[in-house]
Design a binder for this molecule. Structure first.
Ligand code: SF4
Length: 265
């Protein structure tokens, strides 16, 4: 197929749900329950200071991949996924909702048995003004891993260069639909490692009764080398790795504040 035809298909994903894909991991164990096929899609509108995958930012890069190709890869290794399923991560999957919806729809309709689907997202590409664009995707999603980068609007802007409004709107939509959601929060020294910020996070997520888990991820510097390779300045230069020993205390602060807020609902 000529490149120009492929480009045209990418433009009209409602008819031809090809995805722009960065890479596919066949034995993922950290993005959802069990062993999973993890599709890392290309393109992300956020600019998190600690992003490990700046090579996924551009939507123009990546490889056009069909749903059939992904499902074929799944079938080749299906024995490994009995207790797992398929996760779409990124980059930001909500930039390509038609592709992910088609993939998750196929996973649920698989003749040999329904496949568990998981969406790993920062929520920023959700558009509250046109929620219908995400309807098919959310109807085919079993679990969401939702990154909340910072609980404070100004802190969020500093850390990601973006507002958190649409992320909160997406969280509200997940709660309205009662889709199981795990909150993920990267703990960065000097940015998100205070008890106050964690308590604020707890109050923020308290109204979302669909939240079934909380993952506090200590910041590490393993992604720095990619910035050097891409010639992009690394904004957290000099920030040390997060002391893992403080994670239980901060996690407890989130849960304590969440329970407190729910008690006064
Ligand atoms: S949302 Fe994820 S992929 Fe996007 S910039 Fe942030 S860490 Fe990177």
């Amino acid at each position: 197929m000529a490149k120009v035809e492929l480009e045209a298909q990418i433009e009209d994903q409602s008819q031809f749900p090809l995805g722009r894909v960065h890479s596919i991991e066949t034995m993922g164990t950290v993005d959802g329950p069990g062993t999973r096929l993890v599709v890392f899609v290309q393109g992300c509108p956020m600019r998190c200071a600690y992003c490990h995958n700046p090579d996924t930012w551009s939507l123009q890069a990546g490889t056009p991949v069909s749903v059939e190709h992904v499902m074929g890869t799944f079938e080749s290794n299906w024995q490994f996924y009995r207790n797992g399923g398929i996760t779409v991560s990124g980059g930001e999957p909500l930039l390509q909702p038609e592709f992910v919806a088609a993939l998750f729809g196929q996973a649920h309709a698989r003749p040999a048995g329904r496949v568990h689907t998981c969406l790993d997202t920062c929520g920023y590409a959700y558009t509250p003004d046109s929620p219908e664009r995400f309807d098919a995707l959310l109807r085919a999603t079993d679990l969401v891993l939702l990154d909340i980068k910072h609980a404070d609007p100004e802190g969020h802007r500093v850390l990601t260069e973006r507002s958190m409004d649409r992320i909160l709107a997406f969280g509200d939509e997940l709660a309205r639909r009662n889709i199981k959601t795990v909150i993920r929060h990267v703990v960065v020294p000097g940015y998100t490692d205070s008890v106050e910020e964690c308590e604020k996070l707890g109050r923020l997520i308290a109204p979302w009764h669909n939240v079934v888990g909380l993952e506090m991820l200590p910041y590490h510097t393993m992604g720095v080398v990619k910035y050097e390779q891409l010639g992009i300045p690394y904004k957290l230069e000099g920030v040390p790795q997060m002391d893992k020993g403080r994670i239980p205390e901060l996690r407890a602060a989130v849960l304590r504040a969440m329970k407190g807020a729910r008690a006064s609902e």
